[in-house]
Design a protein around this ligand. Structure first.
Ligand SMILES: Cc1cc2nc3c(=O)[nH]c(=O)nc-3n(C[C@H](O)[C@H](O)[C@H](O)COP(=O)(O)OP(=O)(O)OC[C@H]3O[C@@H](n4cnc5c(N)ncnc54)[C@H](O)[C@@H]3O)c2cc1C
Length: 490
């Protein structure tokens, strides 16, 4: 009895519920399948960095499967055709996959389920990409939460209730060889798919993902989870886990990450540092809960991908100036914190969370550009680009979302820089042209007197742009625009 396991965004063997279930049902006769779907590869939001990362993750997965006597069957085409053909070729009794929560994936999966029903083939769908499913965490009236803090309290209590279950890792699947006659395709390079990646991206796959997690939860390491609460907002410090692309592609399961954190909580002693470490671990677990939170928002309110969560903000009179948008994208706004962050994104396909919040606030509230423009650009660039988290982050920053930053709270790019990059180390890393600017001017170089500009060799307007907008004026304008729609009745 053969089963097909359809890998999608669960590119790993460890702790993989659908894969292990398929192996159990078929006594190991599993065909591990990955489909390079033409539609997804060509979609305008599919970023090159993500494809390159994914191809590496597929190679890592194939190597792990081969070390267990199996192999990855990669096929390119239309998903529906590939699955139909493979089911017919193998006479598979069932197809298993882990659930995806985006509206596009839901529609596609319903079509595949219908196809399999017609073919009298079983389907098995497991929950995997988030820790608690979108219907698990509900208010006392049975509704989904739309505000994070009460969601988090309920989420954390449920995690405690299900602790024993969550601490249990799923048995590794026992796999038998894929029959010779099942043809597959070599995993292509990005270039073969016509994709050029100019960014430096982290190594893709379960192996580097597990190594990243292990390093982050090693309290003896210089930068570990222990320093997360104090360091996570400092832009120049490598204080966060950098696990986001691995979680995005399921190279590491969020459940596995949570388990590592819970085990660490159990092992923290009661020395004087314990309080700081426990606070850090809880703060980090809270970020995994943010991820679940935005997934359940997307599941229950799929319109957020097209419109504001709060409909009155769809009437906002954005200015949408393409020249200002280009300056933002290319990191030449004249505000060092914005430009450094955008260059981090363009060079590394990743951006620090605090920087994402600052540049998103700047795009919407200083440049008065529709948050959807920024959301799309992030999706094209980010190696961790994820519809739920990205949309949630953008709508939060624009003040249009569920648990959003109130519209009248507008980040000042200079004071944000001074607070979260106090020495200017982050700015200088990505803007080498500002290396010689003294610390006191690093976040507002246009305020340098002429003589100081001459002395440090940075003439504003020649070596580095003058600010493209006046923050104080734009702030007033943004407040007026937001005020005009925020009183409109729902
Ligand atoms: C405008 C904007 C856009 C964003 N777009 C994305 C995106 O496309 N993909 C993405 O994974 N995250 C996104 N985030 C959330 C966050 O910035 C990144 O998850 C984080 O910077 C990744 O770095 P890390 O792995 O070191 O995170 P850590 O701080 O170590 O956090 C651990 C994990 O928790 C999750 N997480 C952390 N913060 C958030 C959050 N605010 N919302 C949802 N999940 C979170 C991530 O999976 C992350 O890997 C966005 C935030 C903003 C403000």
């Amino acid at each position: 009895m053969t089963w097909i396991h359809w890998f999608r965004r669960d590119l790993r063997l460890r702790d993989n519920p659908a894969l292990s279930a398929a192996a159990a049902r078929s006594n190991g006769h599993v065909i591990p399948l990955f489909i390079l779907d033409d539609g997804i590869l060509r979609a305008p939001r599919t970023g090159a960095a993500r494809i390159a990362f994914m191809l590496e993750a597929l190679r890592d997965l194939d190597a792990s499967l081969r070390s267990r006597g199996s192999r990855l069957v990669v096929r390119q085409g239309r998903t529906l055709d590939v699955i139909r053909d493979l089911v017919q070729e193998t006479g598979a009794a069932g197809v298993a996959w882990n659930r995806d929560y985006t509206p596009f994936a839901r529609r596609r999966d319903m079509q595949i389920e219908a196809l399999l029903r017609d073919l009298s083939v079983e389907t098995l769908i497991a929950e995997d990409a988030i820790i608690l499913g979108p219907d698990d965490v509900r208010t006392s009236e049975g509704r989904p939460y739309t505000v994070y803090t009460p969601y988090w309290r309920r989420w954390r209590a449920l995690v405690e209730q299900r602790r024993t279950e969550l601490l249990n890792e799923i048995d590794q699947p026992r796999l038998r060889p894929v029959p010779e006659r099942i043809a597959d395709q070599r995993i292509p390079d990005a270039a073969e798919l016509g994709i050029t990646v100019s960014q430096r991206i982290p190594p893709g796959g379960e192996t580097p993902g597990n190594a990243r997690l292990a390093a982050f939860v090693d309290l003896a390491a210089e930068y570990s989870i222990a320093g997360y609460a104090d360091g996570r907002d400092l832009l120049a410090e490598p204080a966060t886990s950098r696990l986001s692309p691995y979680l995005r592609f399921g190279c590491v399961a969020p459940r596995t990450a949570l388990r590592a954190a819970l085990r660490l909580l159990d092992s923290v002693g009661d020395d004087q540092d314990a309080g700081r470490i426990v606070r850090s671990i809880e703060t980090w677990i809270g970020e995994l809960a943010w991820r679940d939170f935005y997934y359940q928002i997307l599941w229950h309110y799929p319109h957020v991908l097209r419109r504001s969560f709060k409909p009155q903000y769809d009437a906002l009179a954005w200015e949408n100036d393409p020249a200002l948008f280009d300056a933002w994208k290319e990191g030449r706004t004249g505000f060092p914190i914005i430009d450094a962050a955008m260059r981090q994104l363009n060079q590394e396909a990743w951006m620090h969370n605090r920087a994402r919040m600052i540049v998103a606030s700047f795009l919407t509230k200083d440049l008065l550009i529709d948050w959807r423009w920024g959301e799309r650009y992030f999706m094209q660039q980010l190696v961790d680009g994820d519809h739920a988290a990205n949309n949630g982050g953008w709508q939060w920053s624009a003040g249009t979302g569920t648990d959003a930053q109130p519209y009248f709270r507008i980040f000042n790019p200079v004071s944000q820089g001074q607070k979260f990059d106090p020495t200017g180390a982050f700015v200088r890393r990505y803007l080498p042209e500002l290396t010689q600017v003294p610390d006191r001017y690093i976040h507002a170089p246009w305020t340098m007197p002429q003589a100081e500009q001459q002395r440090c060799g940075v003439i504003i307007g020649r070596d580095y742009p003058a600010p493209i907008v006046d923050h104080a004026q734009r702030r007033t304008r943004a407040l007026a625009l937001y005020r005009a729609v925020s009183s409109v009745a729902l």
